[in-house]
Design a protein around this ligand. Structure first.
Ligand SMILES: Cc1cc2nc3c(=O)[nH]c(=O)nc-3n(C[C@H](O)[C@H](O)[C@H](O)COP(=O)(O)OP(=O)(O)OC[C@H]3O[C@@H](n4cnc5c(N)ncnc54)[C@H](O)[C@@H]3O)c2cc1C
Ligand code: FES
Length: 267
């Protein structure tokens, strides 16, 4: 893990509340693995004490980009950054996704900005697969062109039917698997809201596949010290707390103790 003060190279809007922010980063960027995140000090004047976690979307030799949604005070401050402004980066953090084995066909499921966490995985996977991208409406369908440019197939679902098929990303994933499941060995990867991750877990278990899920939690320290981000995971016949920042954010779906209704209330 490294820390550095990074200058903004570019900030651009993707429409709606979504932005891409690119930083010059010589220490953190070269070390990032797919699915890892950075903990960003969004406010160098220290009005906001806690850092904010963001998946690394893209990396260059000396740069990295995040794709973020403006939801509160920290991300509003991020949206004001301009080229040359500086921010404190800590990272890369977390375990990241295991790359699919060479013969395995990768299937990705993304909800909203979850697509950003999956892009480096798609770039580094030996086989090109399919990404199922879901969102409430067309504005929430992110990165489709980025995945197409690197040769991946993209399937889209929106809840209001404004883009792609009407419904959820997991609906089109289920449809796909009902036709293709017996044809090849697959690995599922997902990042998005907890309800979606739970649905992907159910699909994986039903189809006898593994699913690697990236969990999103409010974080304090980001390095395993404050226990602000804990998640119940299986431990033999019992359970224990795992720290999403340090033991995750990626867990195989069978590790997670799912608690009915809890996630819907949290979101
Ligand atoms: C490992 C990890 C990777 C992430 N990657 C990305 C990413 O690539 N792009 C992105 O836009 N966001 C990502 N997030 C979520 C991001 O950290 C939060 O959106 C951000 O911290 C909000 O900060 P804020 O100050 O704007 O909002 P706050 O003022 O802290 O909160 C505003 C609202 O957003 C909700 N909120 C805040 N944090 C979260 C969260 N972690 N999950 C769900 N709701 C939250 C709050 O409940 C509140 O309603 C990631 C989170 C984790 C843990
Ligand atoms: S954020 Fe502090 S332990 Fe995970």
């Amino acid at each position: 893990m490294q820390t550095e003060t990074a200058s903004v190279i570019e900030q651009r809007s993707l429409g709606g509340d979504y932005r891409v922010l690119e930083f010059a980063s010589s220490k953190v960027a070269p070390r990032v693995k797919p699915g890892q995140f950075i903990h960003l000090r969004v406010d160098e004047r220290n009005e906001l004490v806690l850092r904010r976690p963001f998946s690394v979307f893209k990396t260059g030799k000396k740069s990295l980009a995040i794709l973020y949604k403006i939801v509160g005070r920290g991300t509003q401050i991020l949206a004001r950054l301009r080229p040359g402004d500086r921010a404190g980066i800590m990272g890369p953090l977390g375990n990241g996704f295991p790359l699919p084995a060479s013969q395995t066909f990768p299937l990705l499921a993304a909800g909203g900005y979850g697509a950003a966490a999956l892009y480096l995985l798609a770039q580094q996977a030996r086989k090109k697969g399919i990404i199922f991208i879901g969102g409430a409406t067309a504005d929430d369908i992110l990165c489709a062109d980025d995945f197409k440019k690197i040769g991946w197939k993209v399937k889209i679902a929106t809840e209001d039917g404004a883009a792609g098929q009407k419904g959820l990303a997991t609906d089109i994933l289920t449809e796909y698997l009902s036709e293709k499941s017996k044809m090849r060995q697959m690995a599922l990867y997902a990042c998005g809201p907890m309800g979606m991750l739970k649905a992907v877990a159910e699909i994986a278990v039903k189809n006898g596949q593994k699913a690697w899920l990236s969990l999103d939690r409010r974080m304090g320290c980001g390095v395993g010290a404050c226990l602000g981000c804990v998640q119940k995971v299986k431990d033999g016949k019992s359970w224990k707390w795992a720290r999403v920042c340090r033991d995750g954010p990626v867990f195989e779906c069978r590790q997670i103790v799912w608690e009915n209704g809890k996630w819907e209330k949290e979101k």
